[in-house]
Design a protein around this ligand. Structure first.
Ligand code: ATP
Ligand code: MG
Length: 133
């Protein structure tokens, strides 16, 4: 079972809205303040990437409940230019925009599960899950 709500990311205010949605859902699920901060930071990075590289996309927050295990899943999806070399963008310090290149590797570290699907010209879909324990 899962309940989902989404924020369309077009401008910088939408990044704030996505963070707030994530924090509310994390609180509802019973995540502590440290995990709430991890989740909102991950959402910020993914939303900022959508804004910067794809121009437009969506952040959806799922409440997961799989065989008694509760969790929160962030889904970040866009129809932007996509990513040619996924291994490269997952390396610390790789950036095509003069950024720190810390966003995606950071999200992977902050969350429990991380999955990225992307191809050049085909957009990007990233799923990142935090389990409640
Ligand atoms: N949604 C996306 N669509 C297309 N390319 C992306 C997307 N997200 C990330 N990328 C590519 O992956 C690279 C690495 O992203 P990452 O968030 O790790 O670092 P950054 O955005 O360059 O810098 P930082 O997030 O540290 O400010 C980006 O420079 C960009 O080339
Ligand atoms: Mg980034």
């Amino acid at each position: 079972m899962s309940i989902q709500s989404c924020v369309t990311i077009i401008n910088e205010w939408d990044i704030v809205a996505a963070r707030q949605l994530g924090r509310n859902v994390a609180k509802e699920l019973g995540f502590g303040t440290v995990d709430q901060a991890r989740i909102t930071t991950a959402i910020s990075e993914l939303a900022r990437n959508i804004y910067l590289y794809a121009g437009k996309g969506q952040i959806c927050i799922d409440k997961l409940n799989e065989t008694g295990k509760a969790g929160l899943r962030i889904l970040a999806a866009d129809d932007g230019p996509g990513i040619k070399d996924i291994r490269q963008v997952m390396e610390d310090g790789f950036s095509t925009s003069g950024g720190l290149g810390a966003g995606l590797p950071g999200v992977k570290r902050l969350m429990d599960d991380f999955n990225i699907e992307s191809a050049e010209g085909k957009g990007t879909m990233i799923k990142a899950t935090k389990w409640l324990r």
